[in-house]
Design a protein around this ligand. Structure first.
Ligand code: GYE
Length: 344
């Protein structure tokens, strides 16, 4: 039997009102639900975990400084862990970086960022971060063979284009040279994104039909992005090289170019004049080497990623959509524009 409001006893009026108020509260909570996390985020500091590669030279110094400075500037609670042995090869550093990532997952940071020392073998830990609901940003180096949903975004350079730029500079430099120019490529960490992609871009230019036979890579020297290792490898190559006249060196990083320059000088060559040297990075030290005339060209790879990284981290923490790749625009420096080198 249906009863009108009038017929309801005071008790049942109260319970109907109570039920109504409860309904409103439940509705309000459910509507606010998705926003409360962000409201909390606005009230407390953003927690970001960053797993850095071991410091292998001036590029990494500036990169780390940029990340730490920007975190301080934005009052971000940054947990910064870095591998401590730059002599370790890529694969050997990977387990330490994974441990760092797992500690961030355990601490339930808001966002994880890292610079993967090598390109492959990250899927397990990336899946763990995804299950924990923590977005992951790749900083400076990328990963391959990975489900895109595991990564919020990549921030860094177009390494293939950097390799192409180095190739184009050398091709132009030797435009009027008769015969084939022999080049040594000093390679960064095997299986790392910058080494593989810079190599690919460089070869792409050298093997273009219009440049065929102009330049040829006659030896690959493994420097592991490390000054000491590059110097030892370059010394060993020069000591055993009694048959190939070398006219150019392409080093995948400034630090390895400095090592090659030192080994060439020790062996009695004149880097910069007799042997042209091209590197990637254009760190302040690289720009100075151009001024000194021992380095001929530095393809820029910007290390100051802090501001872009924390813009992305703040957006990722709020589940905002980010582009798959955030690519930093970069230049090429040689003696013609060295005054602009290292300005950013
Ligand atoms: O070019 C090199 C460093 O990952 C882009 O790593 C970075 C590279 C940089 O060792 O100097």
């Amino acid at each position: 039997m249906r009863r009108t409001l009038k017929e309801l006893t005071p008790i049942s009026i109260y319970s109907a009102r109570f039920a109504f108020v409860c309904l409103i509260i439940v509705l309000a909570i459910s509507l606010l639900g998705p926003c409360t996390k962000y409201a909390q985020l606005n009230q407390r500091r953003l927690r970001v975990g960053f797993a850095q590669i071991a410091n292998e030279g001036p590029w990494r110094d500036t990169n780390t400084e940029s990340i730490k400075t920007e975190a301080r500037r934005r009052n971000v609670d940054l947990k910064f862990l870095e591998s401590d042995n730059p002599a370790l090869k890529g694969g050997e550093q990977q387990s330490g970086q994974k441990e760092a990532l797992r500690s961030f997952i355990k601490e339930r940071v808001d966002v994880i960022a890292f610079s993967p020392v090598v390109e492959t073998g990250w899927d397990d830990v990336l899946n763990e971060a995804k299950e924990a609901g923590i977005p992951v940003i790749l900083s400076d180096r990328g990963v391959s063979e990975t489900d895109e949903s595991l990564i919020a975004t990549f921030i860094g350079s177009d390494f293939v284009e950097e390799g192409r730029r180095a190739g184009r500079w050398l091709v132009d430099e030797f435009e009027d040279t008769q015969g084939t120019v022999n080049v040594i490529e000093v390679e960064g960490t095997r299986d790392s994104a910058p080494a593989m992609q810079r190599h690919r871009g460089f070869c792409e230019i050298l093997s273009r039909p219009e440049y065929q036979d102009r330049l040829r890579v006659v030896a690959w020297v493994l420097g592991n992005f490390n000054y000491d290792q590059a110097k030892a490898a370059m010394r060993a190559f020069l000591a055993n090289n009694d048959h190939q006249p070398i006219s150019a060196v392409f080093a995948h990083s400034d630090a390895m170019a400095f090592a090659a320059i030192a080994a060439l000088e020790e062996a009695g060559f004149k880097p910069g004049t007799e042997i042209k040297v091209v590197s990637v990075d254009a760190t302040d030290k690289g720009c100075n080497e151009i001024k000194k005339g021992r380095l001929n060209c530095a393809v820029e790879c910007k290390p100051r990623l802090g501001p872009a990284l924390f813009d992305a981290a703040q957006a990722a923490a709020k589940s905002m959509a980010l582009p798959e790749r955030i690519i930093i625009s970069e230049g090429v420096y040689d003696k013609s524009n060295v005054d602009k080198c290292g300005n950013e």
